[in-house]
Design a protein around this ligand. Structure first.
Ligand SMILES: *[C@@H]1O[C@H](CO)[C@@H](O)[C@H](O)[C@H]1NC(C)=O
Length: 480
C-alpha cells in the first residue's frame, strides 16, 4: 500500500507540468549578416574589424578568405569542422568587387530580460506552432522552472543584469548539450566560453528541477518586471500602444494595458493547470466563433493588502488573460464573450476541476463612443448572469452570486462557491525527459569530449578547432 502511494505520488509529480523550452534568438555567428555593420558577411576584399575592447565569442561555420582582420583583445573564435580564415591572395572573387571595412556589430546590449529575444520551442529546438495561447510579458523570458536553449552551432553574448542575484532555471542547452544538473552547469561556467557568453550581475543557476506543483508555479520574474517592460518598450518605441478600449485591464506580469477580459481563479489542491488549459483550448478557444481570441493562463502572486492599505503578503491565484483581434468599437468583445463562457463552465464544473471561485473583469468596446459601461458590456453581463442562473438551476449548489458594480468602465462579477475536496491522481500526462543528442553536436577543441550533462551520451568526436585570442592580433597575407 505504501509503495503504491509512493508510486502514485511520483506519477503525480511527473504529471505536474509540461516543461517549457525557451530559445535565445540572437547569435554572434560570423556568417550572420545582421551581425555586421554593412548588413552582409565580409568577403575577400574586406578588412574585418572587431572592436579592440569588446569581448566576443564568435562561431565560424565555413572557410573565409579576407584581406585583413583586426581582432579584439579578449575573445574566442569557435571554428566548426572545415571553417578557417585565410588571407586573400588577390585573385578574382565574384560578388566582392568593392571591398571596404566591415565592423562586427556591438553584441553587448542583448539583455536576458528582453522578451523580444526569446521564442518558445519544442524540446528538440523546433519552433512551436503559433496557437491561441500566449504568455504575459514576464513569462516570455525564461521562468524559474524552464529549460533554456542556445541553438547548437551558434555563439552568443547575453547581458544577465538582474534585480535578483541568482536566476534559476531547470536546464540550459549549449552547443546541443543539455546541462541539467547544478554540477554540470558549474563545470560549464568554469570553462573558457562561459565568461565570453555571459556578462552582467545576474548569475544563472541550473537546478535540474521542474515545477513540482500540478496547480502550476509562478514564473519568478516579478522582481525584474520593470527591466522586462523597459526592454520591451525600447523595442517597440518606448510607449504602450494606444488601447482601443476605455480603461484597459492591467494583467499581472504584463507591461501594457489590454482590452478583453481577465479571470482570476482561486484554486484547491486538486487543480491541474496544464489539464485546465488543455480543456479550455479544446472546449472553448477552438470554437470558430472564438477565432482570433488569445489566452494566457498562469499562476501569479497577487499582492494583498489589509483594509486596502497595509501590505499583507501575496496570495497565489490562477490568472487568465483573454484578448482578441477585433478592431475599434468591437475590441475585446469576443474575449469578453469567451470569459463569460468560462465563468459559466466554472459554475457548472468548477468544483470537480479544483476551482473554488472565479472573478472576471472586462474592458471592451469603443473609446470613440466615450460611453462608460457601454452597451456591449451590459448585454454580455446580462448574458453571463442568465448563464449563471441556469447553472444555479442545474446544480442547485451555488452559494452566492454577487455583482460588485462598475469600477470605471469595467465590470466585475464574482462567483463564489464552497468546495469539496475530491482526490484524484493524474497519470495521463507523463513527462519524459529526453536525452538530447543531435547530429550537429559540436564539442570543443580537437575532439576532446566534455559531457558534463551526466545523462548526456558522448557524441562522436568532430574535428573542431578553437582559436583563443588573448592579445591583439592582426592577420596579414600569409594566413594564420
Ligand atoms: C545589477 O545591476 C543593476 C544595474 O544595471 C542594478 O539595478 C541591480 O540592482 C543589480 N543587481 C544586483 C543583484 O546587484
Amino acid at each position: 500500500m505504501e509503495r503504491l502511494l509512493f508510486l502514485l505520488a511520483v506519477l503525480q509529480l511527473l504529471a505536474a507540468t509540461a516543461a517549457v523550452y525557451k530559445q535565445w534568438i540572437p547569435n554572434t555567428n560570423f556568417e550572420t549578416a545582421s551581425n555586421w555593420d554593412k548588413g552582409r558577411v565580409p568577403c575577400a576584399r574586406d578588412v574585418v574589424h572587431f572592436e579592440k575592447d569588446k569581448v566576443v565569442s564568435v562561431f565560424v561555420r565555413s572557410p573565409h578568405a579576407l584581406t585583413d582582420m583586426y581582432l579584439p583583445l579578449s575573445g574566442e573564435f569557435v571554428l566548426a569542422a572545415g571553417a578557417a580564415f585565410t588571407a586573400f591572395d588577390g585573385s578574382w572573387d565574384p560578388g566582392c568587387d568593392s571591398g571596404g571595412t566591415v565592423r562586427f556589430a556591438d553584441a553587448e546590449h542583448h539583455a536576458w530580460f528582453d522578451p523580444t529575444l526569446w521564442q518558445d520551442v519544442l524540446p528538440g529546438g523546433e519552433l512551436k506552432a503559433a496557437g491561441p495561447v500566449f504568455s504575459v510579458d514576464e513569462e516570455r523570458v525564461p521562468c524559474r522552472y524552464d529549460d533554456v536553449i542556445f541553438q547548437p552551432q551558434t555563439s552568443f553574448r547575453v547581458d544577465t543584469d538582474s534585480s535578483q542575484p541568482v536566476i534559476h532555471l531547470r536546464s540550459v542547452s549549449v552547443m546541443g548539450q543539455e546541462l541539467n544538473t547544478p554540477s554540470s552547469w558549474a563545470a560549464y561556467l568554469g570553462g573558457p566560453s562561459a565568461p565570453l557568453q555571459f556578462h552582467g550581475n545576474g548569475t544563472l543557476q541550473v537546478t535540474g528541477t521542474g515545477c513540482p506543483d500540478k496547480s502550476g508555479c509562478a514564473c519568478g520574474n516579478t522582481l525584474d518586471g520593470p527591466r522586462i517592460c523597459a526592454a520591451l518598450l525600447r523595442a517597440s518605441g518606448r510607449q504602450c500602444p494606444e488601447p482601443a478600449c476605455q480603461s484597459p485591464l492591467q494583467p499581472l506580469g504584463h507591461c501594457c494595458g489590454v482590452c478583453g477580459a481577465t479571470i482570476n481563479l482561486d484554486f484547491t489542491p486538486d487543480f491541474d493547470l496544464q489539464k485546465y488549459q488543455d480543456r479550455l483550448v479544446q472546449e472553448l478557444l477552438s470554437q470558430p466563433k472564438y477565432a482570433g481570441v488569445q489566452m494566457a493562463i498562469s499562476k501569479v502572486h497577487k499582492a494583498q493588502t489589509f483594509l486596502g492599505v497595509l501590505p499583507r503578503g501575496a496570495t497565489p491565484l490562477i490568472q487568465i488573460v483573454l484578448v482578441d483581434d477585433r478592431a475599434g468599437g468591437q475590441a475585446g468583445t469576443a474575449a469578453e464573450q469567451l470569459a463569460a463562457d468560462i465563468m459559466e463552465s466554472i459554475a457548472q464544473h468548477g468544483e470537480a476541476l479544483g476551482i473554488s471561485s472565479g472573478k472576471m473583469e472586462v474592458a471592451a468596446g469603443s473609446t470613440a463612443s466615450g460611453q462608460v459601461g457601454s452597451h456591449p458590456v451590459s448585454r454580455i453581463t446580462a448574458g453571463t448572469v442568465m448563464g449563471l442562473l441556469f447553472s444555479l438551476l442545474l446544480l442547485g449548489g451555488i452559494l452566492f452570486l454577487y455583482r460588485k458594480g462598475k469600477l470605471r468602465s469595467l465590470q466585475m462579477l464574482t462567483l463564489e462557491r464552497r468546495h469539496q475536496k475530491i482526490s484524484r491522481f493524474s497519470t495521463s500526462t507523463l513527462c519524459t525527459m529526453q536525452v538530447r543528442q543531435r547530429p550537429d553536436g559540436v564539442t570543443r577543441a580537437g575532439g576532446r569530449q566534455h559531457c558534463p550533462g551526466g545523462t548526456t551520451t558522448p557524441q562522436p568526436p568532430q574535428p573542431l578547432t578553437s582559436l583563443l585570442v588573448g592579445f591583439k592580433s592582426h592577420i596579414t597575407p600569409g594566413g594564420i
